[in-house]
Design a protein around this ligand. Structure first.
Ligand SMILES: C[S@@+](CC[C@H](N)C(=O)[O-])C[C@H]1O[C@@H](n2cnc3c(N)ncnc32)[C@H](O)[C@@H]1O
Length: 309
């Protein structure tokens, strides 16, 4: 079948269109870096042809060789039959305009926090002077490295409990020459005694047990440690809210992603002033909260965190 199909496909745009149709026809799940079939197919094709992701439209009509077609079609087949996320097939994911190495040692970079990093975290930072920042639960290192890249005068720590994730983040540090970023192994804040930050950013595991069990096959290639987070998805988030004030400067800011667990969090802590951040596409379950506000509610937060594993 592939040989027949290959004979009918001639140009870059033919390949992208065919891939997108195959992906949609197969009912794939999107959401690992790209939220639709056309963008996924474009990434797969352009990466395989060693072309830039922002290739001008004029090149869409460029013809591809038989060998190039065979390579691309083989990846399309793997995406459809095995459901492997595109980033793991290509070994690359773009985040905040930077190219990261991506493989099954850590989640595919896709957090909307990229938009905040590119906007300099304003207006949320409110002009605060940041010298030290932390990316808690760093995975591939994408948030830490992007923060360091766009803010060369910041010192950034990235922390994870997983040796696999830390190995990948170290490779990304070397790949992106992130000299102002340091990676450390730590169970949340446990290994950060004495360290203080003006800004803590975190995309921790926040998927409920039930949702984790029901996730589409694409997610089974990612480490479950990066997703599963208890009955309501808040096991780690509550501990982060409890302990963040010990590591934030007096007027420090915490920015945290909780996705769909937003509702459960607001139900548990209705009096805490979380600022739910508005993105270009709307709200994405990411809040900013001031250190002082976390201290004000520490008794209630600690009581809730104590009930978690
Ligand atoms: C949702 S992933 C986010 C990865 C990365 N920040 C990103 O945005 O792509 C959560 C990460 O938290 C890490 N993690 C899970 N439990 C942890 C813990 N107790 N302490 C530190 N990191 C943890 C996982 O290994 C995983 O890399």
């Amino acid at each position: 079948m592939t040989a027949d199909v290959a004979a009918e496909l001639h140009t870059i745009i033919d390949l992208i269109r065919y891939g997108a149709s195959r992906f949609n026809g197969a009912g794939l799940t999107f959401g690992h870096s790209y939220d639709n079939a056309l963008d996924e197919a474009s990434h797969l094709v352009l990466h395989t042809l060693h072309l830039p992701p922002d290739l001008g439209p004029a090149y869409g009509q460029a013809r591809v060789t038989g060998a190039e077609k065979a390579q691309v079609l083989a990846l399309f087949e793997r995406r459809v039959s095995e459901r492997i996320p595109v980033a793991y097939l290509t070994g690359e994911a773009w985040f905040a305009g930077l190219s990261f190495k991506s493989d099954a040692r850590a989640l595919v970079p896709r957090s909307p926090i990229a938009e905040l990093i590119e906007a300099g975290f304003e207006p949320w930072l409110g002009g605060r002077d940041v010298t030290r920042a932390l990316d808690l639960c760093t995975g591939s290192g994408c948030i830490a490295i992007a923060m360091g890249h766009y803010n060369p005068d910041w010192q950034v720590d990235g922390v994870d409990i997983s040796d696999d994730a830390l190995a990948l983040s170290a490779e990304n540090k070397a790949r992106l020459l992130a000299d102002n970023v340091q990676f450390l192994k730590s169970d949340l804040f446990a290994g950060l005694t004495g360290r203080h930050y003006d800004l803590i950013v975190t995309n921790p595991p926040y998927v409920t047990n039930d949702e984790t069990d029901a996730l589409p096959r694409e997610y089974s290639f990612e480490p479950e440690l990066g997703l599963r987070a208890g009955e309501d998805g808040l096991d780690l988030v509550l501990k982060i809210l409890r302990d963040a004030p010990l590591h934030l400067s007096q007027d420090g800011l915490l920015i945290c992603e909780v996705g769909e667990s937003e509702r459960a969090l607001v139900a548990l802590l209705p009096d805490v002033e979380f600022t739910w951040i508005e993105f270009k596409v709307g709200q994405m379950g990411i809040f900013a909260v001031e250190c002082a506000e976390l201290i004000r509610h520490n008794a209630r937060i600690s009581a809730l965190a104590a009930t978690r594993k």
